[in-house]
Design a protein around this ligand. Sequence first.
Ligand code: NAD
Length: 468
Amino acid sequence: MVDYKLLIDGEFVEGSGVIEVINPATEKPFATVAKATEKEAAAAIAAAKKAFPAWSVTPITERQALLSKLADAVAENADKLARLLTREQGKPLAEAMGEMAWTEGYLRHFATLAPQNRIIQDDDDFFIEVRRKPLGVVAGILPWNFPILVACWKIAPALIAGNTLVLKPAPTTPVTTLAFGEFCRDIFPAGVVNILADENELGPFLTSHRDVAKVGFTGSTATGRRIMESAANTLKRLTLELGGNDASIIMDDVDVPDTAKKIFDAAFLNCGQVCLAVKRAYVHEEIYDEMCAELSKLADAAVVDDGLQQGVQIGPIQNAAQYAKIQKFLDGARSAGTIAAGGIVEDRDGFFVRPTIVRDVKDGDDIVDQEQFGPILPLIKFSDVDDVIARANNSEYGLGASVFSRDVEKATQIADRIESGTVWVNQHVNIGPHLPMAGFKQSGIGVEQSIEGLEEYTQVQLINVAKS
Ligand code: NAD
């Protein structure tokens, strides 16, 4: 008997094996979940396909009401889900509660949206209308950094648009998503939402299956490329939210302590495992030393521990593979520059790394050019604005970026020249369900959040009626 089962066709099922899920704060298993193979994945797709005809014509007001109920369930069970999330993902309990609040807000916003049809002509001769039709079965493939929030980034637009869904959480974070499956089972008709769990092998089966019409994916750029290849045979619709290497440009006129705090929070939220975290900070040479000292002060003061302990600011890295990757980045950073604060937490269990500030690094160093996706922030010096814009843009990524300056007009002009889907001025990581989130270049394809994100889950159909 496993602790958490798969959700297929409105039933919890055992699957074809058992996955032991590790708590990253202890490195010990804390729960077991059912493992799906292609057999269960095929059953989930078949259930979603069977549920689609009725769900797609369910009145939008009813679909919205059911999504609101899901938001209620998240609110009522936030504490329980958050505790589970901290144990499997590692984030401090306060951040896990924050993820529940974000999730609830996201669901509530999408429960007010509807696909928008548009009449182009309606006169004596013609009635012409653009309609937004659902696509069919959507496969939602999830990462391990925000398991519940990102699950709802797929559930909400897919269901409001009239599609049905098969969700696959990341192998190291299936627990909270399967627990959340209980509400999906109670609220939606059988087969509308199905949830699997795997050990990283089911992705290609889902993304190549002929009964899957669309893939909504959040994860790494490397996997995004593989999904495009695998989906090509059946020309599936894709929304890909991929990696980022967000640059922040900090001008010499800022209030250093205030800006340092904003940068610190945006770099180390969720232990730096955020697609839109600040991942490289370009600091004007006039304030470079002062900024480095302020950030190091914050890093030295941060409380790093098991997220279930009170007052913890930063939990462990989510999984062993990412921990190994971060250790490699630390080694590289140590030889490329100077570690001003932070490093590995020695002599204890758990994948703990203190928030790490690296100074005197430059473009071309791995810690600057690559996405670290962990608690290491490189600080790079600049003196010329045109030069720093070119350096910020010299990346295959283009997800988010920010500019900090007291001169808001000038900062906004700089923002306009940065090649990324979101550019913030005097802030970083301010997102919302009503704000479109897109990636330039290899940070993604399509849009998530907002009405534009909803439209990604629809197909345009033109109805063109000759009246005479
Ligand atoms: P990942 O790409 O390794 O895994 C994501 C998911 O894809 C997992 O569920 C995994 O099992 C599945 N998968 C693996 N191989 C697959 C394949 N061949 N076909 C289909 N699915 C496959 O990513 P991760 O390590 O879980 O997440 C970290 C990355 O995600 C970072 O690069 C980060 O920037 C990115 N991310 C982006 C956003 C965003 O919105 N842009 C949000 C969160 C994370």
